[in-house]
Design a protein around this ligand. Sequence first.
Ligand code: XMP
Length: 326
Amino acid sequence: TWTTHNVVEEQVAAIRAQVGTKRAICGLSGGVDSAVAAALVQRAIGDQLTCVYVDHGLMRKGETEQVEKDFVAATGVKLKVVDAEERFLSALAGVTDPEEKRKIIGREFIRVFEQAQAEIIAEAGASGEPVEFLVQGTLYPDVVESGGGSGTANIKSHHNVGGLPEDLEFQLIEPLRKLFKDEVRMVGQELGLPEEIVQRQPFPGPGLGIRIVGEVTKDRLDLLRDADAIARAELTAAGLDREIWQCPVVLLADVRSVGVQGDGRTYGHPIVLRPVSSEDAMTADWSRLPYEVLEKISTRITNEVRDVNRVVVDVTSKPPGTIEWE
Ligand code: XMP
């Protein structure tokens, strides 16, 4: 029978057998999936695991600090934070195609993990066990939508599946590969992770890089971070966090429209709000947010975020839309 207890027991045994006395690293993104995968592997191999958090410059406001604080406090895991903003932004310079962005981000993640691997080996000296394994929080829907399921088309390359480089030197440990999100949350609970981590809304590994339609630049990221922080704060204040599955905030960087502010003409960018409800992200419905909340978010974003003069709401279900715009 399927119980979270059995899933944990089975995975712990399998991971122990696979890793032996060697070591592993786990990419931590701040999301539920990688947190649960890390906690599971930690249960299996303890401090043979080092978590690596890649600050790729595509995170939301306050996110890096939160991961450093919450996850370490909850698990006591060894954490290495790598500042990789420049590496990612220069790799993404000039790129507008969504799949190309995803592949670049997936590749750069692995390059950073390889660098972390080398550093961990160097720190341990000659007597250290090799770091051969990379833990990823890949879920069943990630595999299916990246074209990994039998007979399915590639809808988009999730950064940790279809976006992996071909010359990957790590052996992968993916203990959540058969699970859906709600099951992952239950496993997280079983492992004793706190509510703040287990109930977090999904956020994609490629971060805001796939929420800027157009080229990703530091300037545009800063602008989107401001708009996103406002939307998140207002949704939380309205008590809607549990009701909506997630609400991507998207910057249409290559679109401008005419507006008016005070006595003057503006020519700015639109921000899209994409609130959805869903069970497993394979399908989704657009959320009917209260008008007062939409009004508040719209007023604040257009007043407080430079270069944004319009806020629009995406009222498309999945299918035919996907949740993220890229
Ligand atoms: P889509 O846009 O495919 O998204 O409807 C389904 C769910 O997956 C998240 N998502 C990702 N998560 N790496 C991730 O870790 C990715 O590359 C990725 N792409 C989409 C998305 O936020 C939604 O929850």
